[in-house]
Design a protein around this ligand. Structure first.
Ligand code: IMP
Length: 431
């Protein structure tokens, strides 16, 4: 069945939004399956920038149906404001373009307040979350207290659920975190308004919708958010997000079986970035780090925070290929590396004097590793106008080939800028 998962292979911000937008031209459906408004997917079309946090990145293509699946924590205010902005820009004119699963978890103001209060209480130990309430919302889901999207359309029981939830949340906010409580009535009233405005997008059984699409041979993309190293179970815990970001999550979050998946595309930036706290073996400080940040415009699309920057880490990439089952790679932002005399690529780590090639799973070990670099020749030319792989300067082609060989995975797509036209195809997407 023609399902393709698109997953971040690093610490997020690899360029998944652009890839999904470009791929969506050939897809019938795009499904967001995890995460929430912590994601910031940036699309640039004809110079116009659209930043999406919850609406899937296929939305610029009117014939593509975008689905928000059960695995997403849905900030209902945010999705509403994204929908209005898209409509104001002449997009999302038909409600059939966007479907929201009744089983998605609703994220409310108290989740955001708790996220902020917890981070503040952690002080120097903080995770550096996006402050979007992601952890508290997933906690509610796991502890079976969540309000689901479908609940918004049942006013009586919604009120009861909200009352129960606020009892506990307000206790925490007021008594534990010494902050203001959330009032029931205005929130309840607002949720009824929101339900009214989002009713047109409601989908009672999104899993069935995706299943039928796959069964009838429709092309379905599964859009991952964040990246492998931020996975709740397999990332650099506790400096991770609260959802599973690896490819297996696409099946769980959208309610389909693994046999529906034909390809898993790992999105990899030509260098590495990370936002928030936690280990980052190839991090560059100083002028070089600053230069990559500036030239790559590496500032968070959600929070505006400067991203930490460093060289490409093939130890981490190989790990991502393993835990996701990545079959093909897309190499993003290659143009940002233009103008460097030499480019380092991390091919192994030194851990306590020993060379290791497998990523240590203990975060404490990952903090101590030192990268072992292979130095490649850089290139001077501006490659952002190049439109085919053959026209790239030889050192850039060598860089691509070196990565593909080292990680034994084909690179199918190379991106040399944010625009759709700045996409160089090596192999077609759907074969
Ligand atoms: P949370 O997901 O807001 O709880 O944040 C947990 C960690 O994941 C923090 O280090 C965030 O900076 C990071 N994070 C969350 N979403 C993204 C993303 O979309 N891109 C990059 N980092 C993210």
């Amino acid at each position: 069945m023609p399902g393709i998962i698109v997953v971040g292979s690093q610490w997020g911000d690899e360029g998944k939004g652009k890839v999904i937008d470009v791929f969506s031209a050939q897809a019938d459906f795009v499904v967001r399956y995890q995460g929430g408004a912590n994601a910031g997917h940036t699309l640039v079309v004809n110079g116009v920038k659209t930043v999406l946090h919850l609406v899937p990145s296929g939305i610029l293509h009117p014939k593509t149906t975008c689905i928000i699946g059960a695995g997403v924590v849905l900030d209902v205010e945010e999705v509403l404001s994204e929908i209005s902005s898209l409509r104001a820009a002449g997009l999302l004119q038909a409600p059939e373009q966007l479907k929201i699963s009744d089983s998605a978890t609703v994220l409310l103001s108290y989740h955001r307040l708790l996220d902020a209060a917890r981070e503040q209480a952690l002080g120097h130990e903080k995770i550096g979350t996006t402050g979007r309430g992601i952890g508290p919302a997933y906690e509610d889901r796991a502890s079976r207290k969540a309000i689901l999207f479908g609940d918004l359309f049942e006013p009586e029981s919604l009120r009861t659920k909200l009352e129960q939830s606020l009892k506990e949340k307000n206790f925490l906010l007021e008594r534990y975190y010494d902050t203001k409580p959330v009032e029931l009535e205005p929130l309840y009233k607002r949720l009824l308004e929101i339900a009214d405005q989002l009713a047109a997008f409601r989908c009672k059984d999104a899993s069935l919708l995706v299943h039928k699409a796959l069964k009838s041979g429709k092309k379905v993309l599964f859009e991952g958010a964040q990246g492998t190293m931020l996975d709740l179970l397999h990332g650099t815990y506790p400096f991770v997000t609260s959802s599973s970001t690896i490819s297996g999550s696409a099946c769980i979050g959208s309610g389909i079986g693994p046999n529906a998946v034909q390809k898993i595309i790992g999105i990899t930036k030509a260098y590495t970035t990370r936002v928030g706290s936690g280990p980052f073996p190839t991090e560059l400080g100083g002028d070089l780090g600053e230069r990559i940040r500036r030239e790559g415009a590496e500032f968070g699309a959600t929070t505006g925070r400067p991203r930490r920057t460093g060289w490409l880490d093939l130890v981490a990439l190989k790990y991502a290929i393993r835990v996701n089952g990545i079959t093909n790679l897309a190499l993003m932002k290659l143009d940002v590396l233009s103008g460097h005399e030499r480019i380092d690529v991390c091919v192994a780590y030194k851990l306590d004097g020993q060379e290791v090639k497998d990523l240590p799973t203990a975060t404490g070990d990952l903090v101590r590793v030192e990268p072992v670099y292979k130095t490649l020749q850089g290139w001077n030319d501006d490659i952002s106008q190049v439109r085919s792989i053959q026209d790239l300067p030889q050192p850039a082609r060598d860089y691509i080939q070196f990565i593909g060989n080292e990680v034994a995975t084909p690179i199918d797509v190379v991106s040399v800028g944010p625009g759709r036209e700045q996409t160089l195809w090596i192999k077609p997407l759907f074969t």
